[in-house]
Design a protein around this ligand. Structure first.
Ligand code: HDE
Length: 721
């Protein structure tokens, strides 16, 4: 086995050979802290700031090997970004089964409750290039590499359970259409342009996926609050070769939550790293990202029991038809040491399968079986990318593959072929009974043809199912998104074709979009809406019971009510939220009782879109100062517009009035707790800081309002933000 090393001993400058560790990454992690600077050949460098020149002002010399090595390495630092999913962010963790799946699969890592398998996960957007913003409207990748005791298993999924196309041969067409247009490379990381919608309008099979892409799912609040799906139907193969079809689901423990489109666009400018920063900071703060792994199992013989084809990746199995059984938990609890070495160099492949898990004949999946290995050859420069630390299997590799660019390990012996009688016969196949991977012996007969099956022909019923399952605010968001996207499409015929497709999904939906676009409304429905829904599809029905890792901004100025701040901050922090005191200047603000409260963020460096909730603690002088700051009023307006929880105490309520929130009921002077549409207020003189019931009730009401995530009841209250 290769024994990668290298932690330099600062004393001797020599490399100390450490023991190979379980995790190959641990063995190659290098700290240069305090070490003498060397060239790549290990020669100590005397000076790295001045080139070797003839005299102080003369030309540089070619013989300056240190200069040449330093610049040459720099010149070659970039590798091609991923052709799709270029923008991503990764973290380490582990997977733990909660039940044994030994009856259904011989996969070792699913057999024993509690047995941990290390994982690396990379989340991504699809369309944008490496430096694009996190919060664009897009599908999110959710790729998991399990380093199991029987080799690496990659579950390369997305945060939406279906896909745009049914057959992988169309993938290059789809990706060319969705990427920036080729003549001017505009727009970056956006689906709102002619070529994408032209393709979609001519590709009805994408209609179900487009409903997801137009919905709130396309703008997740956090990678930690987003579902993941294997998308395709896979196979679990159990003892005696018994096979079940399976759909994989990741369900975030914190629930599935989204941003608002206006917020997402503003974040793309104010904090383009919003999603990666969120994951990084949560893990650093000791809040791991957690997801349950669920499976929908369909016995082989029931494969044709549905009104769609299990092999069609544009279809879901509604959870109400086949329940999702929870079988394990994924915990991401360690950030990377080095973005490039880990997140950029990780190479996922849908064909990285382990015993007990197999693919099906889904034609999208079949094409992916080719693409992932192929793309790494150019992206990572040759066939040895499996030797990169993040890609290494945690079990030993033995085979007769040799050589190639960047080969790291030194294979000893003479025989690099099979069969051989030298070197003890070399590595020999294990056979099925000794842990060898066996493909499921599916019985197949057929003619060689290019033809989509009739069972793949219904492109609208599940798009309708999705529409039917949405709450009214979710539907409005879909309509708004469609108007936004198609509003940016210049070609009238494309808009009209899309309205026609929407009319196949649901008549009312098509009419609402047509109204927004100002295109002719379809005269009547072309298909009767089947009326079926799946409550599990609505984010209205997700977990809303926790404020863990939610971010609350406290608007502060000199003279603020310090006791309220202390009390509410402690309550929120105890519940797992993080609280930032935001003020016009850094340092500290004076409290009304003569104390000080330290400022966490200077107002000009943040915006309400970076927070889940806002608190204005009161204290007359502080509120007077805030009332004079347009930015403070805007902060409140914007948070209100985005449906976030807001709370104010005493004089602070005046800021809400000035921010024109009064269509919502606010506490009058002397009035106790008032809660309306996620706005929690307590009037002047009814302080929450003196302890007792008032305080507990205020805190409980605010915590509940933050946990609810968003308050759509106020969607129609016009606020200037
Ligand atoms: Fe991918 N996809 N894909 N894809 N995909 C890639 O592989 C491809 C598809 C997904 O974080 C590429 O290493 C084809 C579905 C994720 O590194 C490439 C088809 C789903 C990631 C590729 C699909 C995905 C990729 C680009 C249609 C959800 C990011 C770089 C047949 C189930 C992985 C790379 C990471 C990346 C090809 C469709 C998910 C080119 C040909 C469906 C999460 O190989």
């Amino acid at each position: 086995m290769t024994r990668p090393v290298m932690s330099p001993d600062p004393e001797s400058g020599k490399n100390d050979i450490s023991n190979p560790l379980d995790n190959p990454l641990d063995a190659v992690r290098v700290s240069s802290a305090g070490a003498p600077l060397t060239t790549n050949q290990g020669v100590r460098v005397d000076d790295t700031d001045n080139s070797l020149t003839v005299g102080e002002r003369g030309p540089s010399l070619l013989e300056d090997f240190h200069l040449r090595e330093k610049i040459t390495h720099f010149d070659h630092e970039r590798i091609p970004e991923r052709v799709v999913h270029a923008r991503g962010f990764g973290a380490h963790g582990y997977f733990e089964p909660t039940v044994s799946m030994a009856d259904y699969t011989v996969a070792d890592f699913l057999a024993e409750p509690g047995r941990r398998t290390p994982v690396f996960v990379r989340f991504s957007t699809v369309v944008g290039s490496r430096g694009s913003a996190d919060t664009v409207r897009d599908v999110r990748g959710f790729a998991v590499k399990f380093y199991t005791r029987e080799g690496n298993f990659d579950l390369v999924g997305n945060n939406m359970p279906v896909f745009f196309i049914q057959d992988g041969i169309k993938f290059p067409d789809f990706v060319h259409a969705v990427k920036p247009e080729p003549h001017n490379e505009v727009p970056q990381a956006s689906t709102a342009h002619d070529t994408l919608w032209d393709f979609v309008s001519l590709t009805p099979e994408s209609m179900h996926m487009m409903m997801w892409a137009l919905s709130d799912r396309a703008i997740p609040r956090s990678y930690r609050m987003m579902q993941g799906f294997g998308v395709h139907t896979f196979r679990l193969v159990g003892p005696q070769g018994r096979s079940h079809f399976v759909k994989f689901h990741w369900k975030p423990v914190l629930g599935t939550h989204s941003l608002v489109w206006d917020e997402a666009q503003k974040l793309a400018g104010k904090d383009p790293d919003f999603n990666r920063r969120d994951l990084w900071e949560a893990i650093e703060a000791g809040h791991p990202a957690e997801y349950e792994l669920g499976v929908q199992l369909v016995p082989e013989q029931d494969a044709s029991a549905f009104d769609f084809d299990l092999l069609d990746p544009t279809k879901i199995i509604p959870e109400e038809t086949v329940p999702v059984r929870t079988i394990g938990k994924l915990t991401l609890n360690r950030n990377t040491d080095n973005f490039f070495a880990e997140t950029e160099q990780v190479a996922f492949h849908i064909g990285n399968l382990v015993r007990g898990i197999d693919v099906t004949d889904d034609p999208l999946l079949q094409a992916r079986m080719f693409s992932y290995l192929d793309t790494q050859l150019i992206r990572l420069g040759g066939p040895n990318f499996h030797e990169l630390p993040v890609n290494r299997s945690h079990v030993e590799i033995h085979n007769n593959q040799r050589d190639g660019y960047g080969r790291q390990r030194i294979d000893t012996g003479r025989a690099s072929y099979h069969p051989s009688s030298l070197d003890g016969g070399g590595a020999t196949p294990a056979g099925a009974d000794n842990g060898g991977y066996q493909h499921h012996p599916e019985h197949l007969v057929g003619n060689k043809i290019r033809k989509r099956p009739d069972s793949f022909a219904d492109h609208y019923s599940q798009a309708t199912l999705f529409w039917n399952s949405m709450s009214e605010p979710e539907r409005q968001h879909i309509v708004d998104a469609a108007v936004f996207e198609l509003g940016k499409v210049a070609t009238t015929e494309i808009r009209e074709r899309m309205v026609e497709h929407f009319n196949h999904v649901d008549h009312e939906f098509a009419v609402r979009v047509a109204e927004g676009l100002g295109t002719p409304s379809p005269a009547g429905p072309v298909r009767a809406n089947h009326g079926r829904g799946s409550p599990a599809l609505s984010q209205d029905n997700t977990a809303k019971d926790s404020v863990r890792t939610r971010r609350v901004a406290v608007l502060a100025a000199d003279g603020l009510d310090g006791e309220t701040l202390t009390t509410v901050k402690a309550g929120l922090t105890d519940a797992g939220a993080s609280v930032d005191v935001v003020a016009a200047h850094g340092g500290a603000v004076a409290t009304d009782a003569g104390g000080q409260a330290s400022v966490d963020r200077i107002a000009s460096t943040v915006a309400s879109v970076m927070y889940d909730a806002v608190l204005v603690p009161g204290g007359e002088p502080a509120v007077q100062e805030l009332l004079g700051e347009g930015d403070a009023i805007h902060f409140v307006n914007e948070a209100f517009k985005h449906g976030k929880a807001l709370a104010a105490v005493g004089a602070g309520v005046e800021l809400f009035r000035r921010a024109q929130l009064s269509p919502v009921r606010l506490a009058a002077d002397g009035e106790g707790l008032v809660v309306d549409a996620g706005v929690v207020t307590t009037g002047q003189g009814a302080s929450v800081s003196s302890g007792g019931d008032g305080r507990d009730q205020f805190l409980a009401a605010f915590v509940a309002a933050v946990a609810a995530h968003r308050h759509w009841q106020r969607a129609n209250v016009p606020v200037p933000a």
